[in-house]
Write a protein that binds this ligand. Structure first.
Ligand SMILES: Nc1ncnc2c1ncn2[C@@H]1O[C@H](COP(=O)(O)OP(=O)(O)O)[C@@H](O)[C@H]1O
Ligand SMILES: [Mg+2]
Length: 256
């Protein structure tokens, strides 16, 4: 099998005396969607912030395409090809699609003047590539649907060089139709074949619909992993609940 795009080996992250990640391993391949699942407090956000250069791991090692990397800042991670789309998307609703697309990385001529036409074209074309035709990229982001905003954030990450695309709960705040729009976008990006996607989700159905592999976190540790084809609904639900048997949870509820 080909080398993984990103490999996380024995990552530990402590906040003072508290251990948020306790020896986590994760490996994600190009052209795959890897679902990262786990209850609140499992350590999902801490793990992706470690991959995104927001947190430095206490110990352990991250490898990109087999090479060890040490991120001291989010910029380091971006340069290494980690594109993170956070839940809040980091978009400015009042600004245009194009200005959001290029925020902080604008194209300018030698006099420092913005090349608006060029930027409009890139923003438009990059979004069309992953399935959304914004006819007017000068329209404010606030006029777009939630699904279109996710797509904008994803297109932007890819255009600026993401090889590992990390999506934090991309469907959680959306209605059904827009959730499907985002899943289609993710599928399209997977189809490129050269990008590894880490999908954080609470939605078991979405994970089953598009993930190739699963990793389950509970209280900072990996409690299960596997290929989608080998995992079935009951396994997934048990592992998402932190490994507790559903029968035990029912018993607990009945005792109240
Ligand atoms: N900056 C921090 N300082 C102290 N504790 C933190 C910090 N960030 C996260 N934690 C703790 O680490 C644990 C895992 O949190 P988090 O990664 O946000 O979980 P998840 O995203 O899976 O819900 C939680 O108990 C949380 O309170
Ligand atoms: Mg979280």
């Amino acid at each position: 099998m080909a080398d993984s795009l990103i490999r996380v080996e024995n990552i530990v992250k402590r906040f003072g005396p508290f251990t948020a990640l306790n020896g986590v391993n994760l490996e994600v391949f190009a052209g795959e969607v890897h679902a990262l699942l786990g209850d609140n407090g499992a350590g999902k956000s801490t793990l992706i912030k470690t991959l995104a250069g927001v947190h430095e791991p206490t110990s352990g090692q991250i490898y990109i395409e087999g090479n060890p990397v040490n991120f001291r800042s989010p910029r380091d991670a971006t340069t290494a090809g980690i594109g993170t789309v956070y839940q809040d998307l980091a978009l400015n609703q009042l600004m245009s699609v194009t200005r959001n697309f290029f925020m902080g990385r604008e194209l300018t001529n030698i006099f420092g003047t913005l090349k608006m036409d060029d930027m409009d074209k890139v923003a438009h074309d990059e979004m069309v590539k992953i399935g959304i035709d914004i006819s007017d990229p000068s329209q404010a982001v606030g006029t777009m649907s939630g699904g279109q905003r996710q797509t904008l954030a994803i297109a932007r990450a890819i255009y600026f060089g993401a090889k590992v695309l990390i999506l934090d709960e991309p469907t959680s705040a959306l209605g059904q139709k827009q959730q499907m729009e985002v899943l289609k976008t993710i599928k399209k990006v997977r189809g490129y074949g050269n990008i590894a996607i880490i999908l954080i989700t609470h939605n078991e159905i979405h994970a089953q619909l598009i993930a190739d592999r699963f990793t389950f976190l509970s209280l900072g540790e990996v409690i299960g992993e596997g290929k989608a084809a080998d995992l079935h609904g009951p396994d997934i639900r048990r592992l998402m609940a932190g490994g507790a048997e559903i029968a035990n949870l029912e018993q607990e509820l009945n005792a109240i």
